[in-house]
Design a protein around this ligand. Structure first.
Ligand SMILES: CC(C)(COP(=O)(O)OP(=O)(O)OC[C@H]1O[C@@H](n2cnc3c(N)ncnc32)[C@H](O)[C@@H]1OP(=O)(O)O)[C@@H](O)C(=O)NCCC(=O)NCCS
Length: 157
């Protein structure tokens, strides 16, 4: 039987597992800023979507995107190591981007650790372009590459 993963908005009970994934997959070596309380705040924030991708009740990945008037900001995106390179990250990002498109936003920004070339390659594959470097963005110790994706209608070919 083939199980197709589903994407849904996170519930309060997902805050703990999401915070754990953030610490393990994204904030390694930096200390822990996306604690359970902070994730819970994001889940309850009306201008933020916290999405999870799950299969048979088990969370395999998550993403957090905030929506402003003109632009959205992707705060976090992570997929369980054993499930990577299977399209789950792209599916989660696409789900969050669709909300930005539907809201008529112009662009999406995000920062990725400069020491994480795999993530930068992933974002470039999803249509994001590097627009700058932010020195010491993470706790003053790790630089960030800022990336941007412009939304809106593509010219007809
Ligand atoms: C970045 C991340 C979310 C990508 O998730 P994923 O489910 O593995 O990505 P996908 O399978 O959807 O990848 C889509 C495409 O992106 C590219 N890509 C993905 N991971 C890549 C890597 N490590 N190196 C180079 N290209 C990569 C590939 O072109 C891939 O397509 P392909 O598998 O058909 O070649 C995942 O690697 C991850 O959780 N990393 C740790 C946390 C992290 O760095 N998060 C981002 C910063 S917040």
């Amino acid at each position: 039987m083939i199980i197709i993963p589903n994407i849904r908005l996170a519930a309060a009970a997902d805050a703990g597992p999401i915070a754990w994934m953030s610490r393990e997959y994204i904030e390694y070596g930096l200390g822990w800023s996306w604690t359970e309380q902070r994730v819970l705040k994001a889940i309850r924030d009306r201008s933020t979507n916290v999405a999870v991708i799950h299969e048979r009740g088990s969370i395999m990945g998550f993403g957090i995107m905030s929506y402003g008037e003109l632009k959205a900001h992707l705060s976090l995106l992570g997929v369980e190591p054993a499930r990577r390179q299977r399209g789950l990250g792209a599916a989660l990002l696409g789900w969050l981007e669709k909300c930005a498109l539907t809201a008529g936003l112009e662009r999406i920004h995000l920062e990725a650790r400069a020491d994480n070339p795999g993530a930068i390659a992933f974002y470039e594959e999803q249509g994001y372009r590097p627009i700058g470097t932010v020195a010491g963005y993470y706790r003053g110790t790790v630089d960030a590459i800022r990336l941007e994706k412009r939304l809106g209608r593509q010219p007809a070919s």
